[in-house]
Design a protein around this ligand. Structure first.
Ligand code: CA
Ligand code: CA
Length: 148
């Protein structure tokens, strides 16, 4: 009898830790801005945009968001907001953010950075912005607009 109760508590404890880790952050909305972009065009500033790839429990990487490009601005603040929702079947693991420079013919790759979902949530508990170094080409900031 006592043993059964012990197992029951054990099962409840495991269930509880599973659900809290999953529903701790169910939905998060982000926006993006960059600073100090450079070396995009010979005669003008960068025309940057960002492509977002999502790696989840169900996908190794699918396109899940894209900003418009902002013309001739090395400090672009993209107006778009992107919302991601964890469900019981699909858990977000990380984002791959590809920063590109729009050109008339072939867009230039500026940098690609990885943002682990858990790191982003932990990192933005105290600061709204999560900063990523673009390897000498500037910095990208991911802003936690809201979450629940
Ligand atoms: Ca260019
Ligand atoms: Ca330009």
């Amino acid at each position: 009898m006592a043993k059964n109760i012990y197992y029951l508590f054990l099962a409840l404890g495991i269930f509880n830790s599973l659900t809290t880790s999953v529903i701790a952050v169910e939905t998060v909305t982000i926006s993006l801005f960059a600073t100090d972009l450079n070396k995009c065009d010979d005669l003008s500033k960068c025309d940057a945009y960002v492509e977002i790839l999502c790696v989840t429990s169900l996908s190794d990487g699918r396109e899940c968001g894209k900003t418009k490009y902002i013309k001739n601005d090395n400090f672009p603040v993209w107006p778009e907001e992107f919302t991601f929702t964890n469900t019981s079947t699909e858990i977000f693991r990380r984002w791959q953010l590809k920063v590109l420079d729009h050109d008339d013919f072939f867009d230039d790759h500026i940098a690609t950075v990885i943002v682990p979902f858990a790191d982003f949530i932990a990192g933005t508990e105290t600061q709204r912005h999560y900063k990523l170094d673009l390897g000498g080409r500037g910095s990208l900031y991911v802003t936690r607009v809201r979450s629940s």
